[in-house]
Write a protein that binds this ligand. Structure first.
Ligand SMILES: *[C@@H]1O[C@H](CO)[C@@H](O)[C@H](O)[C@H]1NC(C)=O
Ligand SMILES: *[C@@H]1O[C@H](CO)[C@@H](O)[C@H](O)[C@H]1NC(C)=O
Ligand SMILES: *[C@@H]1O[C@H](CO)[C@@H](O)[C@H](O)[C@H]1NC(C)=O
Length: 385
Protein backbone atom coordinates (compact mmCIF):
# COMPACT_ATOMS: atom_id res chain seq x y z
CA UNK A 1 0.00 0.00 0.00
CA UNK A 2 2.69 2.44 1.03
CA UNK A 3 4.73 1.70 -2.04
CA UNK A 4 1.62 2.12 -4.17
CA UNK A 5 1.07 5.54 -2.64
CA UNK A 6 4.64 6.45 -3.34
CA UNK A 7 4.28 5.30 -6.91
CA UNK A 8 1.17 7.40 -7.34
CA UNK A 9 2.79 10.50 -5.93
CA UNK A 10 5.92 9.99 -7.99
CA UNK A 11 3.79 9.64 -11.11
CA UNK A 12 1.82 12.70 -10.06
CA UNK A 13 5.00 14.68 -9.59
CA UNK A 14 6.25 13.54 -12.99
CA UNK A 15 2.99 14.60 -14.56
CA UNK A 16 3.18 18.02 -12.96
CA UNK A 17 6.79 18.43 -14.04
CA UNK A 18 5.90 17.41 -17.58
CA UNK A 19 3.01 19.82 -17.69
CA UNK A 20 5.14 22.65 -16.37
CA UNK A 21 8.09 21.82 -18.53
CA UNK A 22 6.44 21.20 -21.88
CA UNK A 23 4.79 24.51 -22.70
CA UNK A 24 8.07 26.26 -21.97
CA UNK A 25 10.05 24.06 -24.32
CA UNK A 26 7.47 24.20 -27.04
CA UNK A 27 7.12 27.96 -26.88
CA UNK A 28 10.88 28.33 -26.77
CA UNK A 29 11.30 26.16 -29.84
CA UNK A 30 8.53 27.75 -31.81
CA UNK A 31 9.02 31.38 -31.09
CA UNK A 32 12.44 32.16 -32.47
CA UNK A 33 11.43 35.79 -32.85
CA UNK A 34 12.12 35.50 -36.53
CA UNK A 35 10.01 36.53 -39.49
CA UNK A 36 8.54 34.64 -42.42
CA UNK A 37 9.01 35.95 -45.93
CA UNK A 38 7.29 34.24 -48.83
CA UNK A 39 8.05 34.42 -52.55
CA UNK A 40 6.51 32.84 -55.60
CA UNK A 41 3.17 32.48 -57.34
CA UNK A 42 -0.54 32.32 -56.54
CA UNK A 43 -0.05 29.62 -53.92
CA UNK A 44 1.58 32.15 -51.59
CA UNK A 45 -0.05 35.34 -52.89
CA UNK A 46 -1.57 37.10 -49.89
CA UNK A 47 -3.32 39.78 -51.94
CA UNK A 48 -0.53 41.24 -54.07
CA UNK A 49 -2.09 40.55 -57.45
CA UNK A 50 -5.15 42.63 -56.66
CA UNK A 51 -2.84 45.51 -55.75
CA UNK A 52 -0.84 45.19 -58.97
CA UNK A 53 -3.76 45.07 -61.36
CA UNK A 54 -6.57 47.53 -61.87
CA UNK A 55 -9.05 44.89 -62.93
CA UNK A 56 -10.93 42.75 -60.45
CA UNK A 57 -9.34 39.39 -59.81
CA UNK A 58 -11.38 36.29 -59.09
CA UNK A 59 -9.67 35.56 -55.80
CA UNK A 60 -11.05 38.76 -54.30
CA UNK A 61 -14.59 37.44 -54.65
CA UNK A 62 -16.83 34.90 -53.04
CA UNK A 63 -16.54 31.97 -52.64
CA UNK A 64 -12.83 32.57 -52.08
CA UNK A 65 -12.35 33.03 -48.36
CA UNK A 66 -15.80 31.62 -47.66
CA UNK A 67 -14.67 29.51 -44.69
CA UNK A 68 -13.51 32.79 -43.14
CA UNK A 69 -16.42 34.81 -44.47
CA UNK A 70 -13.98 37.12 -46.18
CA UNK A 71 -12.45 36.99 -49.67
CA UNK A 72 -8.96 38.34 -49.11
CA UNK A 73 -7.05 37.86 -52.33
CA UNK A 74 -5.80 34.43 -51.29
CA UNK A 75 -6.43 31.36 -53.41
CA UNK A 76 -8.27 29.26 -50.86
CA UNK A 77 -11.54 29.06 -49.02
CA UNK A 78 -9.69 30.56 -46.07
CA UNK A 79 -6.11 30.74 -44.91
CA UNK A 80 -3.13 29.53 -46.91
CA UNK A 81 -0.18 27.45 -45.72
CA UNK A 82 2.08 30.44 -44.88
CA UNK A 83 -0.63 31.82 -42.56
CA UNK A 84 -0.60 28.60 -40.54
CA UNK A 85 3.17 28.29 -40.70
CA UNK A 86 3.57 31.83 -39.35
CA UNK A 87 1.25 30.98 -36.49
CA UNK A 88 3.22 27.82 -35.72
CA UNK A 89 6.40 29.93 -35.72
CA UNK A 90 4.88 32.10 -33.01
CA UNK A 91 4.33 35.11 -35.23
CA UNK A 92 1.48 37.09 -33.66
CA UNK A 93 0.21 38.92 -36.75
CA UNK A 94 -0.83 37.83 -40.23
CA UNK A 95 1.85 37.86 -42.92
CA UNK A 96 0.70 40.79 -45.09
CA UNK A 97 1.02 41.30 -48.85
CA UNK A 98 4.16 43.37 -49.35
CA UNK A 99 2.76 45.37 -52.27
CA UNK A 100 -0.07 46.82 -50.21
CA UNK A 101 0.97 50.19 -48.74
CA UNK A 102 1.35 50.68 -44.99
CA UNK A 103 0.99 47.05 -43.93
CA UNK A 104 2.81 45.84 -40.82
CA UNK A 105 5.82 43.94 -42.12
CA UNK A 106 7.51 43.64 -38.72
CA UNK A 107 7.28 39.83 -38.77
CA UNK A 108 7.50 39.19 -42.49
CA UNK A 109 5.66 39.74 -45.75
CA UNK A 110 4.45 37.94 -48.84
CA UNK A 111 6.14 39.01 -52.06
CA UNK A 112 4.41 36.27 -54.04
CA UNK A 113 2.15 37.29 -56.89
CA UNK A 114 -0.32 35.19 -58.86
CA UNK A 115 0.99 34.33 -62.36
CA UNK A 116 4.61 34.78 -61.29
CA UNK A 117 7.27 32.92 -63.25
CA UNK A 118 11.00 32.43 -63.14
CA UNK A 119 11.55 33.13 -66.84
CA UNK A 120 9.82 35.50 -69.22
CA UNK A 121 7.75 38.55 -68.45
CA UNK A 122 4.51 37.54 -66.73
CA UNK A 123 1.54 39.84 -67.34
CA UNK A 124 0.62 42.00 -64.36
CA UNK A 125 2.81 39.95 -62.10
CA UNK A 126 6.42 39.81 -60.93
CA UNK A 127 9.09 37.29 -61.75
CA UNK A 128 10.94 35.90 -58.74
CA UNK A 129 13.87 38.22 -59.43
CA UNK A 130 11.52 41.21 -59.48
CA UNK A 131 10.12 40.03 -56.15
CA UNK A 132 13.64 39.90 -54.75
CA UNK A 133 14.24 43.44 -56.01
CA UNK A 134 11.09 44.53 -54.22
CA UNK A 135 12.39 42.92 -51.03
CA UNK A 136 15.59 44.92 -51.41
CA UNK A 137 13.67 48.15 -51.78
CA UNK A 138 11.89 47.43 -48.49
CA UNK A 139 14.92 46.16 -46.63
CA UNK A 140 15.17 49.20 -44.37
CA UNK A 141 12.27 47.69 -42.43
CA UNK A 142 14.41 44.94 -40.94
CA UNK A 143 17.91 44.80 -39.51
CA UNK A 144 20.47 42.42 -40.94
CA UNK A 145 20.53 40.01 -38.00
CA UNK A 146 16.76 39.73 -38.11
CA UNK A 147 16.79 38.94 -41.84
CA UNK A 148 19.50 36.35 -41.28
CA UNK A 149 17.49 34.38 -38.76
CA UNK A 150 14.20 34.62 -40.67
CA UNK A 151 12.75 31.98 -42.96
CA UNK A 152 12.42 32.55 -46.72
CA UNK A 153 9.78 30.27 -48.18
CA UNK A 154 9.69 29.92 -51.96
CA UNK A 155 7.27 28.18 -54.33
CA UNK A 156 7.81 29.04 -57.99
CA UNK A 157 8.05 27.44 -61.41
CA UNK A 158 4.60 25.95 -62.00
CA UNK A 159 3.60 28.74 -64.39
CA UNK A 160 6.82 28.34 -66.35
CA UNK A 161 6.05 24.68 -67.04
CA UNK A 162 2.32 25.18 -67.66
CA UNK A 163 3.21 27.85 -70.21
CA UNK A 164 5.93 25.72 -71.75
CA UNK A 165 3.75 22.68 -72.27
CA UNK A 166 0.92 24.79 -73.67
CA UNK A 167 3.26 26.36 -76.23
CA UNK A 168 5.35 23.26 -76.91
CA UNK A 169 3.03 20.27 -76.66
CA UNK A 170 5.41 18.15 -78.72
CA UNK A 171 8.70 19.08 -77.10
CA UNK A 172 11.10 16.13 -77.22
CA UNK A 173 13.21 14.95 -74.30
CA UNK A 174 16.16 17.18 -75.06
CA UNK A 175 13.98 20.28 -75.47
CA UNK A 176 12.38 19.47 -72.14
CA UNK A 177 15.73 18.99 -70.45
CA UNK A 178 16.98 22.26 -71.85
CA UNK A 179 13.94 24.08 -70.54
CA UNK A 180 14.21 22.49 -67.09
CA UNK A 181 17.87 23.50 -66.99
CA UNK A 182 17.10 27.10 -67.84
CA UNK A 183 14.29 27.28 -65.27
CA UNK A 184 16.36 25.74 -62.47
CA UNK A 185 19.41 27.84 -63.32
CA UNK A 186 17.26 30.93 -63.02
CA UNK A 187 15.94 29.70 -59.69
CA UNK A 188 19.49 29.23 -58.46
CA UNK A 189 20.37 32.72 -59.63
CA UNK A 190 17.43 34.28 -57.84
CA UNK A 191 18.12 32.40 -54.62
CA UNK A 192 21.71 33.70 -54.80
CA UNK A 193 20.32 37.19 -55.25
CA UNK A 194 18.20 36.78 -52.14
CA UNK A 195 21.23 35.45 -50.27
CA UNK A 196 23.20 38.53 -51.35
CA UNK A 197 20.35 40.59 -49.92
CA UNK A 198 21.01 39.06 -46.52
CA UNK A 199 18.72 36.02 -46.44
CA UNK A 200 20.30 32.82 -45.17
CA UNK A 201 17.52 30.37 -44.24
CA UNK A 202 15.71 29.05 -47.31
CA UNK A 203 12.69 26.76 -47.47
CA UNK A 204 12.09 25.52 -51.00
CA UNK A 205 8.91 23.69 -51.88
CA UNK A 206 9.10 21.23 -54.77
CA UNK A 207 6.58 21.60 -57.58
CA UNK A 208 3.25 19.83 -57.27
CA UNK A 209 2.46 17.01 -59.70
CA UNK A 210 1.24 19.62 -62.17
CA UNK A 211 -0.43 17.03 -64.38
CA UNK A 212 -2.76 16.06 -61.52
CA UNK A 213 -4.11 19.55 -60.88
CA UNK A 214 -7.86 19.46 -61.59
CA UNK A 215 -7.58 22.31 -64.12
CA UNK A 216 -4.88 20.40 -66.01
CA UNK A 217 -6.83 17.14 -65.95
CA UNK A 218 -9.82 19.07 -67.23
CA UNK A 219 -7.96 20.93 -69.99
CA UNK A 220 -6.13 17.84 -71.18
CA UNK A 221 -9.19 15.61 -70.87
CA UNK A 222 -7.49 12.96 -68.78
CA UNK A 223 -10.62 11.73 -67.07
CA UNK A 224 -10.80 11.21 -63.29
CA UNK A 225 -8.20 8.52 -62.80
CA UNK A 226 -5.32 9.71 -64.93
CA UNK A 227 -3.04 12.71 -64.65
CA UNK A 228 -1.45 14.50 -67.60
CA UNK A 229 1.89 12.72 -67.34
CA UNK A 230 4.02 15.02 -69.53
CA UNK A 231 3.52 17.79 -66.97
CA UNK A 232 4.23 15.46 -64.07
CA UNK A 233 7.46 14.49 -65.83
CA UNK A 234 8.51 18.11 -66.17
CA UNK A 235 7.78 18.73 -62.51
CA UNK A 236 9.78 15.62 -61.55
CA UNK A 237 12.74 16.68 -63.66
CA UNK A 238 12.61 20.10 -62.05
CA UNK A 239 12.29 18.71 -58.52
CA UNK A 240 15.20 16.31 -58.94
CA UNK A 241 17.52 19.22 -59.50
CA UNK A 242 16.51 21.24 -56.45
CA UNK A 243 18.14 19.23 -53.65
CA UNK A 244 21.55 18.78 -55.33
CA UNK A 245 21.56 22.44 -56.34
CA UNK A 246 20.94 23.56 -52.77
CA UNK A 247 23.47 21.08 -51.36
CA UNK A 248 26.06 22.70 -53.57
CA UNK A 249 25.05 26.19 -52.54
CA UNK A 250 25.29 25.21 -48.86
CA UNK A 251 28.74 23.73 -49.48
CA UNK A 252 30.11 26.75 -51.32
CA UNK A 253 28.27 29.69 -49.73
CA UNK A 254 29.08 30.66 -46.12
CA UNK A 255 26.04 30.64 -43.83
CA UNK A 256 23.67 29.31 -46.48
CA UNK A 257 21.05 27.06 -44.88
CA UNK A 258 18.11 25.38 -46.52
CA UNK A 259 15.51 22.70 -46.48
CA UNK A 260 13.31 21.13 -49.19
CA UNK A 261 9.62 20.37 -48.63
CA UNK A 262 8.51 17.51 -50.87
CA UNK A 263 5.22 19.05 -51.96
CA UNK A 264 5.03 16.77 -55.01
CA UNK A 265 4.88 13.74 -52.79
CA UNK A 266 2.48 15.36 -50.32
CA UNK A 267 -0.03 15.94 -53.13
CA UNK A 268 0.46 12.57 -54.80
CA UNK A 269 -0.05 10.66 -51.57
CA UNK A 270 -3.30 12.48 -50.84
CA UNK A 271 -4.44 12.03 -54.42
CA UNK A 272 -3.87 8.31 -54.38
CA UNK A 273 -5.16 7.57 -50.90
CA UNK A 274 -7.70 10.25 -50.05
CA UNK A 275 -9.25 8.42 -47.13
CA UNK A 276 -5.91 8.01 -45.34
CA UNK A 277 -5.88 11.78 -45.09
CA UNK A 278 -9.58 12.23 -44.46
CA UNK A 279 -10.34 13.61 -47.87
CA UNK A 280 -13.30 12.56 -49.92
CA UNK A 281 -12.42 14.15 -53.25
CA UNK A 282 -8.93 14.85 -54.52
CA UNK A 283 -9.19 14.76 -58.31
CA UNK A 284 -11.70 17.48 -58.94
CA UNK A 285 -12.15 20.87 -57.31
CA UNK A 286 -14.61 22.16 -54.78
CA UNK A 287 -15.38 25.31 -56.75
CA UNK A 288 -15.73 25.63 -60.52
CA UNK A 289 -17.34 24.19 -63.62
CA UNK A 290 -16.29 21.54 -66.11
CA UNK A 291 -15.49 17.84 -66.01
CA UNK A 292 -13.37 18.39 -62.89
CA UNK A 293 -15.19 21.48 -61.60
CA UNK A 294 -11.92 23.23 -62.20
CA UNK A 295 -12.69 26.43 -64.08
CA UNK A 296 -14.10 29.80 -63.16
CA UNK A 297 -14.19 29.94 -59.36
CA UNK A 298 -14.80 33.54 -58.30
CA UNK A 299 -15.39 34.77 -61.84
CA UNK A 300 -18.44 36.91 -62.47
CA UNK A 301 -21.02 35.40 -64.84
CA UNK A 302 -19.75 31.87 -64.31
CA UNK A 303 -22.22 29.69 -62.52
CA UNK A 304 -19.81 27.55 -60.60
CA UNK A 305 -20.61 24.50 -58.61
CA UNK A 306 -19.56 24.84 -54.99
CA UNK A 307 -19.04 21.76 -52.87
CA UNK A 308 -20.86 21.55 -49.60
CA UNK A 309 -18.01 20.59 -47.35
CA UNK A 310 -14.69 22.21 -48.27
CA UNK A 311 -12.72 20.28 -45.71
CA UNK A 312 -13.24 17.02 -47.54
CA UNK A 313 -11.67 18.37 -50.75
CA UNK A 314 -7.96 18.57 -51.51
CA UNK A 315 -8.42 21.32 -54.10
CA UNK A 316 -10.59 24.36 -53.64
CA UNK A 317 -10.30 25.66 -57.21
CA UNK A 318 -8.64 24.17 -60.27
CA UNK A 319 -5.12 24.43 -58.93
CA UNK A 320 -5.16 25.68 -55.33
CA UNK A 321 -5.78 23.73 -52.17
CA UNK A 322 -8.51 24.05 -49.58
CA UNK A 323 -7.74 25.62 -46.25
CA UNK A 324 -7.84 22.18 -44.68
CA UNK A 325 -5.10 20.93 -47.01
CA UNK A 326 -3.09 24.12 -46.55
CA UNK A 327 -3.17 23.60 -42.81
CA UNK A 328 -1.83 20.08 -43.29
CA UNK A 329 1.02 21.40 -45.44
CA UNK A 330 1.93 23.93 -42.76
CA UNK A 331 2.06 21.11 -40.20
CA UNK A 332 4.39 19.22 -42.52
CA UNK A 333 6.57 22.29 -43.04
CA UNK A 334 6.97 23.05 -39.35
CA UNK A 335 7.34 19.58 -37.96
CA UNK A 336 7.42 16.65 -40.37
CA UNK A 337 10.29 14.21 -40.53
CA UNK A 338 12.87 13.71 -43.25
CA UNK A 339 10.56 11.70 -45.49
CA UNK A 340 8.64 14.88 -46.11
CA UNK A 341 11.02 17.76 -45.49
CA UNK A 342 14.80 17.50 -45.40
CA UNK A 343 17.47 17.91 -44.19
CA UNK A 344 15.42 19.57 -41.44
CA UNK A 345 11.97 20.95 -40.79
CA UNK A 346 11.21 24.64 -40.40
CA UNK A 347 11.11 24.42 -36.62
CA UNK A 348 14.68 23.12 -36.69
CA UNK A 349 15.80 25.49 -39.43
CA UNK A 350 14.76 28.69 -37.66
CA UNK A 351 16.62 27.80 -34.48
CA UNK A 352 19.69 26.47 -36.30
CA UNK A 353 22.62 28.74 -35.36
CA UNK A 354 23.12 31.41 -38.02
CA UNK A 355 26.39 31.38 -39.95
CA UNK A 356 27.03 27.77 -39.01
CA UNK A 357 27.44 25.25 -41.80
CA UNK A 358 24.68 22.66 -41.98
CA UNK A 359 25.69 19.28 -40.57
CA UNK A 360 23.34 17.38 -42.86
CA UNK A 361 22.69 17.37 -46.57
CA UNK A 362 19.64 16.69 -48.72
CA UNK A 363 19.62 13.09 -49.99
CA UNK A 364 17.68 11.76 -52.95
CA UNK A 365 14.70 9.62 -52.03
CA UNK A 366 15.33 6.19 -53.49
CA UNK A 367 12.56 3.79 -54.37
CA UNK A 368 13.72 1.71 -51.40
CA UNK A 369 13.05 4.48 -48.92
CA UNK A 370 9.73 5.21 -50.59
CA UNK A 371 8.72 1.60 -50.09
CA UNK A 372 9.83 1.64 -46.49
CA UNK A 373 7.80 4.76 -46.01
CA UNK A 374 4.71 3.22 -47.58
CA UNK A 375 4.75 0.21 -45.29
CA UNK A 376 5.39 2.40 -42.27
CA UNK A 377 2.52 4.67 -43.16
CA UNK A 378 0.02 1.86 -43.27
CA UNK A 379 1.15 0.27 -40.03
CA UNK A 380 1.64 3.40 -37.93
CA UNK A 381 -1.04 5.70 -39.20
CA UNK A 382 1.57 8.11 -40.48
CA UNK A 383 -1.06 8.92 -43.06
CA UNK A 384 -2.93 11.16 -40.70
CA UNK A 385 -0.05 13.60 -40.83
C1 LIG B 1 3.26 45.49 -35.92
O1 LIG B 1 3.13 44.21 -35.35
C2 LIG B 1 3.91 44.00 -34.20
C3 LIG B 1 3.72 42.56 -33.76
O2 LIG B 1 4.50 41.74 -34.52
C4 LIG B 1 3.50 44.97 -33.10
O3 LIG B 1 4.33 44.78 -31.99
C5 LIG B 1 3.60 46.39 -33.63
O4 LIG B 1 3.10 47.28 -32.65
C6 LIG B 1 2.84 46.56 -34.91
N1 LIG B 1 3.09 47.87 -35.46
C7 LIG B 1 2.11 48.71 -35.79
C8 LIG B 1 2.52 50.03 -36.34
O5 LIG B 1 0.95 48.41 -35.65
C1 LIG C 1 5.17 31.79 -72.31
O1 LIG C 1 5.69 31.17 -73.45
C2 LIG C 1 5.89 32.05 -74.55
C3 LIG C 1 6.30 31.21 -75.75
O2 LIG C 1 7.36 30.35 -75.44
C4 LIG C 1 6.93 33.09 -74.16
O3 LIG C 1 7.14 34.00 -75.24
C5 LIG C 1 6.45 33.87 -72.93
O4 LIG C 1 7.44 34.75 -72.50
C6 LIG C 1 6.11 32.89 -71.83
N1 LIG C 1 5.50 33.63 -70.75
C7 LIG C 1 5.99 33.59 -69.52
C8 LIG C 1 5.29 34.45 -68.55
O5 LIG C 1 6.93 32.91 -69.22
C1 LIG D 1 -7.34 10.15 -58.61
O1 LIG D 1 -6.11 10.27 -59.31
C2 LIG D 1 -5.11 9.36 -58.91
C3 LIG D 1 -3.84 9.72 -59.65
O2 LIG D 1 -4.04 9.79 -61.01
C4 LIG D 1 -5.57 7.95 -59.17
O3 LIG D 1 -4.59 7.05 -58.71
C5 LIG D 1 -6.88 7.71 -58.45
O4 LIG D 1 -7.38 6.43 -58.78
C6 LIG D 1 -7.91 8.76 -58.82
N1 LIG D 1 -9.08 8.60 -57.99
C7 LIG D 1 -10.30 8.55 -58.51
C8 LIG D 1 -11.41 8.37 -57.52
O5 LIG D 1 -10.55 8.62 -59.70
Amino acid sequence: MASNCNLVSVLGLLLVLTLIHNPVTVAGQRNSGAALFTFGDSNFDAGNKQTLTKTNVAQSFWPYGKSRDDPNGKFSDGFIAPDFLAKFMGIPIEIPPALVPNVNVSRGASFAVADATLLGAPVESLTLSQQVRKFNQMKANWNDDFIKKSAFLIYIGANDYLNFSKNNPNADASAQQAFVTSVTNKLKNDISLLYSSGASKFVIQTLAPLGCLPIVRQEYNTGMEKCHEPLNDLAKQHNEKIGPMLNEMARTTPGFQFTVFDFYDAIIRRTQKPSSYRFFMTNSSCCGIGTHDAYGCGLPNVHVRLCEYQRSYLFFDGRHNTEKAQEMFAHLLIGADKNVIQPMNVRELVVYPVDEPMTEVWVPTTSATVQARESRSSSHGYGSY
